[in-house]
Design a protein around this ligand. Sequence first.
Ligand SMILES: [Zn+2]
Length: 574
Amino acid sequence: MRQLSLPVFASLRLAIAALCTLGSVATAHPPPAAAELALRNGAIYTLDGARSWGQAVAIGRGRIVYVGTDAGLAAYVGARTRVVDLHGRMVLPGFQDAHIHPISSGIQANTCDLSDLKTADEYVDAVRKYAAAHPHEAWVTGNGWLMSAFGPGGRARRELLDAAVPDRPVYLSSVDGHTVWVNSRALELAHITAATPDPPDGHIDRDPQTHEPLGTLQEGASAAVDAVLPQPTSAQRIAGLEYAVRLLNGYGITAIQDANVSEEDLKTYRALERRGALSLRVVAAQWWERTEGLEQIARFERLRRQYRSALIDPGTVKIMQDGSVENYTALLLEPYHIPGDGRGFPMVEPQLLKEAVTRLDAAGFQVHFHTIGDGAVRQALDAIAAARTTNGDLGHRHHLAHLELIDPADVPRFRELGAAANFQPLWAYADEYVTQLTIPFLGPERSARLYAIGSLYRSGAVVAFGSDWSVSSANPLEELQVAVTRMDPAGGSTEPFLPQERIALPEALAAFTINAAWVNRLEKETGSIEAGKRADLVVLDRNLFAIPVTEIAHTRALVTLFGGRVVHGDLAAL
Ligand SMILES: [Zn+2]
């Protein structure tokens, strides 16, 4: 399953192309039409089934018409062909991100951004300055704070924000999106008091004596504040998506799976597509509402019909099955190393999950699971198995995202069930989240199995990568470096974290191209550089195979082509 194209056919096609250009079978074929764009003198890593290399690519009508040698390219060059010398630079298929949140992250990028800061004092200072600079915003919103800035458990206090902004509500999402830090005014507007019970899918952090809310709301406990928080306007959504498209094209990304879309988000994508500004292929995962049951499948079908277009595919449903380890909401098979018997909780009751996945599968949907803990992973795999028993293998490519902890007994089940492992490789090194907020609460045995990317690869499962931006950087090159080194891409680490779980560069590149394309149901059209496919390509400033692995994260995308059109950089500057 790792090699998703058919190597025999791919090399046959290249051989035929080479023969044609030599003229030996020219009588059997019409001469090739001149291309609009010809890239020559490059190091083209095609990611075809044979993982072959080329020197040249020719592009016409948005598609790749030739891949091969510079000599073979000549047959595709006509009077109107633009020929560009790559000067030996590397070309890859456009990257595909299999789990990302472009619209909300783009909107957030235009609010109080805490993601470059590290301490509580810096956060409060930034919030104070942002509030002063935006006196007319009814709510002060922001994101990107780290739970690790507040020590184990990550309890940020409302009083810190009250001192900075006493008169307006403040709402700050943590960098991983699982916790919201609010001030007293926001709690008041949401009617959250010492007497408010915890919802079933989250908890309100409280003072142990008085039960007064401290100021952090975990998972579903933020819903009461979300309900009174003003929703972004359609202009803000569009501006957020425009920001995201520019950023992603700038990293060489040409296709994504948006891991949480509402109808408003689908409208936003459509608005950009209609004016030709959506230079991304988008698989839109519709959000499973935990407050609703199977009846919501009718809405998913309606939205799939209504919003499917050339660039938008709403044929996926996202089910969030647990939370995160850092706030003890990830579902584990055995308890956390904390007082009591806590092992997290399933967001969707397991029997309902089986019914939901079976029904979604039968209705032609792919299911994209959020699964962090080994308990959630098992429940998701059990649900896929139940769907198979009822429906047979319909080939809908269900996938499990995040996969922080997988029980060894479940590793082979991915391949057996045709489920893809969707990792966020940037999380797979020993940063403070891992050393301070994870390892102490899982203990040494389970911590020796975190982010088992190598194990899943060796099991024969399809491994795809995504960023989860804005949880972490959307730059695939940073993520690729961590996948092959298991070390801090900024250079802080001296030892790889669980080195047996590293994967080699070709495998990591496949996870961000052809394998992610398979998860996105786009592998027939994109994900590798082969004649007939869409011309979604990225030109890098260095050859990833010719540099030390610690330089991968510093590599830049010079030019991105989307359907043969330049959407980032300048071919004339190469
Ligand atoms: Zn996500």
